[in-house]
Write a protein that binds this ligand. Sequence first.
Ligand SMILES: C[S@@+](CC[C@H](N)C(=O)[O-])C[C@H]1O[C@@H](n2cnc3c(N)ncnc32)[C@H](O)[C@@H]1O
Length: 368
Amino acid sequence: MAHKDLHDEPFEESTIAKLEIFEDYAQAWIPTFVIQGVPTICIFDFFSGTGYDKNSIAGSPIRILEKIKEQIGHIFQKKVKVKVYLNEFEPNKKEQKKFELLQKACSEYLEINKDVKRAIEIKYFNEDFEELFPKLIEEIKRFPSLVYLDQNGIKFLSDKYLMELEKTNQTDFLYFVSASYFWRFGNSKEFKEHLDIDMAAAKQDPYKFIHRNIIEQLRKKLPSKTKLKLYPFSLKKGANIHGIIFGASHPRAVDKFLKIAWGRNPINGDANFDIDDDSNKRQLDMFSDKKLTKIEEFKESLRKKVLAREIINNFDALNFVYEEGHIGKPASECLKEMKKKGEIDYDSMSPLVTYENVYKKHKKIDYK
Ligand SMILES: C[S@@+](CC[C@H](N)C(=O)[O-])C[C@H]1O[C@@H](n2cnc3c(N)ncnc32)[C@H](O)[C@@H]1O
């Protein structure tokens, strides 16, 4: 399947949105470990590109270095070793020009930013992901790792790699997937060899949900006791839908990603467009059937679960929040409303549905 080369043109809006999510996550991820003084952390960018686009807009590797620079004081103070692994490879090309550009861009950045140069150990690779991943997986597993898989297409989302990442317990990863390819080619033999998705099931929903649907199916493939959580962020690019798949097993990572995603789109938290047509739902007048927005629907199902005593405290509530890909705010609003109406009571000013209260302070309150 032919791919258009991302680096032949200036980055498009949806590419920049993707890169911003990548960098926002690095910005949240790096200090988590640095402030704890974890001895070594690793960042892997397996599909690094050239460093910059045609208009000198930074790509993922430069953005990673910039996020490290933001934490440089803490990194030195806590003596954290930051290992950065950058790979770029053009299959079927003798001359590896993009790899050369990548090395040049990063070396120049590090010459200007000598503090970053001193703080990190950087390794460049010019290998096919297929060969490199098995070589680096032990390193990924050994240290807290952030892994970017900004592939063209979908090929490297196959079980071979995803299931290896599933086995890690301190790795957070961000995949890029050209979800629209599934719609067009998902049933072909070539595709199924990489990733077997039930296209008949996926096509029951409109095309715009393709990225969400892929993730639902990937979740079903994971082992039953897995701790790995997967979340989508769909990116509309012209008529096509692409997207990010975020994966992590620690609730802290999930919390951070969901806050970034909802920060980017406070309407649905999982797309760079109004995927559920929520603005229309809000505008429906009193004579139309009122359809619930994504947030209203979530609040309603939380309310039902609390009334049915399936959710009896803030720990349950926060787990439900994460399961549903939401953040604590609408859950708190719903529970406060329920308290006001006399449907429940709890012994606190707020219902404490936050990561800090549940996982850091271990503060539990019952909803009676
Ligand atoms: C979507 S681009 C990555 C863009 C990059 N993250 C950036 O911000 O500029 C995918 C990159 O992967 C490279 N690539 C393609 N096939 C590859 C393979 N099998 N192994 C490693 N890299 C590959 C391409 O040359 C391309 O630069």
